[in-house]
Design a protein around this ligand. Sequence first.
Ligand code: COA
Length: 696
Amino acid sequence: MTDVIDAVALELKGDILVARVDNPPVNALSHAVRAGLVAAVDRLEQSDDARAMVIICAGRTFMAGADIREFGKPMKDPQLGQVIDRLDACDKPIVAAMHGTALGGGLEVALACSYRIAVADARFGLPEVTLGLLPGSGGIVRTPRLIGVEAALPLITEGRPIGADHARKIGLIDEIAPGDLRGDAVAYADHIVAGGAKLRRTSDLPVPDYDRAILDQARKSLSRKFKGQDAPQQAVDLIEMVSDTPFRDAADREFAACKALVASPQSKALRHVFAAERAALKIDGVPRDTQPRDVRKVAVVGPGTMGRGIAICFLDVGLPVVLIGNSQETLDKADTVIRKIYGGQVKRGRLTESQVDDRLALLTLTLDYGRLDGVDLAIEAVTEDMDVKKTVLSNLEETLHDRAIIATNTSFLDIETLASSLARPENFAGMHFFNPANVMKLLENVRATKTAPDVLATMTTFGRKLGKTPVMVGRSEGFVANRMLSKRSREAQFLLEDGATPQQVDRVLTEFGFPIGPFALADLAGMDIMAAARQARMHGMTQRERECDIVDQLAAAGRLGRKSGSGYYRYDDEGKAQPDPAVEEILAAHRARRGLPQRDITDQEILERCLYAMVNEGALLLDEGGAARPGDIDVIWTSGFGWPRHLGGPMFWADQIGLAKIKDALDTYCDLVGDQYFTPANLIETRVAEGRGFFD
Ligand code: COA
């Protein structure tokens, strides 16, 4: 017998009913799936032939959660909670058979079944908090009953999935399928039937006793990990509530709490980032079925800080790397530094000695371009000098095979000028990593006019393979992240000239949600590095920017930041930053010298000047084609530069503030600071005139 009820197909195998969910791409619990599951339980109960049921999914994964596209719209019955109640109340046993990722509502379905079996590489999680939500259909009431509060806490409050071995150890699943999941799950159900078909309702279990102190510990650590976010804290409150409240009552309260969060600004922002991250992988002019090129071996030219970090990224995913230098000395240094970085990872328990040996065995350090045989992708990371880079690119092109991709890691040189120096510009693009390249998630891939679509596709898929968040950007000076950052830095510096203190600016921006303020960050990077970066940008600076040389003054005074014990701050014996009267004096002398009046600066002015300057620059980049979509800019800032995810990124945030309000403020700062810094981008002008935001 086979028939199909919406997205759930039913088949009787002996006396086991198999319900197969098929709702590509991730079997989200859309209406058709919910209705199909209820119909499957009806069939199971009504059928004399069926003594138990297996729920299994087609395609790449078990149900990966509620259908995010239905959020915020009226949801058709049966609601997920009704489906879960129906599964829970069923008078015959149901086995959830899981592969891929059983997430959110998908895991809640499994928790409402009597038994759970999964393949060895399946993963399980309640990621709702990462979307500013809470499990609302039994995840919070059932998980602590099944595995205890201590094990349930990280699952519910942090949203990080766990693997099958761990899930079995803590009792989240019962069995790991040794062979074919469907066959094993049916055999398992047969075994249950043979044993008397016992029902095991998680809802009947008590919450095991636990030490209440772990709740406060969780609250504290979550306030650090998810700074400013409401859902993780609420999750802890609900777990506490669940342990003191009868099941039904607790389930109703869980649902109400989740429902309230769907409309919260934080959840809207987090869902926006989730969608924007996926949209960023779709590249204009690259059809979805474009086949990426194979990348089996890579080369990095330039064994400096960036080149070494990039090489480590490749070694970490098991790719052979040829690292080319122009002197034995730099290669030896690269060898030492790479070994030191890996040594640190062994010390921290992240890697074993033998894993490090395997990685180092993939690394060839050489002076010789002749060693590039078989290389499919080469990245140059040599000094930021147009002529030097052009020479390296030509050398690579002469040596590599015709379809090898050649990429530049330039931060600010013109991508089209570099492309024009090549005979095969279709193979060329930018891959802009951020320091430290082996740690930072963001990867700005840069397209040039002639870059071939399959090269663009390769850079995106390859970026993901490296564990990065790749975002495709276009030609523009400084690309997206650094260019917007430079506007925030400029305003932070000007604010010091106008009368603010480093600690005031840092406080305002960390209270906003950045993990660190610009001045504490500069102290971390080192004032010598900041001063050198400033020199490199000098040609494009205005008169005021050139004269605003506080960085140079601090560097000249030996205040190099943390490493020298003082910079914008003074560092005490425990390494804590303290405001420093000496900096006040340097600033006062600077203002006096330049004849700048000091005034009281409000927190609002600091926030607006630093952040509206970034929003305006983002809009300019959209005007120029430096960024393709406002969502791409949000992904860049939330994944790379610490913009709080629950505020959705600068462009989403700007829409929440309202572009008309932002334009008014920009006009005000044109008067106060200067037109050359705050003239609103065309995009802002037109959107305000049309009464629209960036995302409307
Ligand atoms: N509802 C609707 N669509 C979803 C979805 C969901 N819960 N989860 C993923 N999708 C869509 C994605 O938007 C993407 O669509 P696209 O191809 O049109 O861009 C597609 O499914 C594939 O997702 P993607 O994330 O690119 O695939 P992946 O294999 O890398 O990861 C998951 C798969 C399931 C691990 C990942 O999508 C995920 O974490 N989803 C969210 C799960 C979740 O939070 N569930 C709880 C919701 S309350």
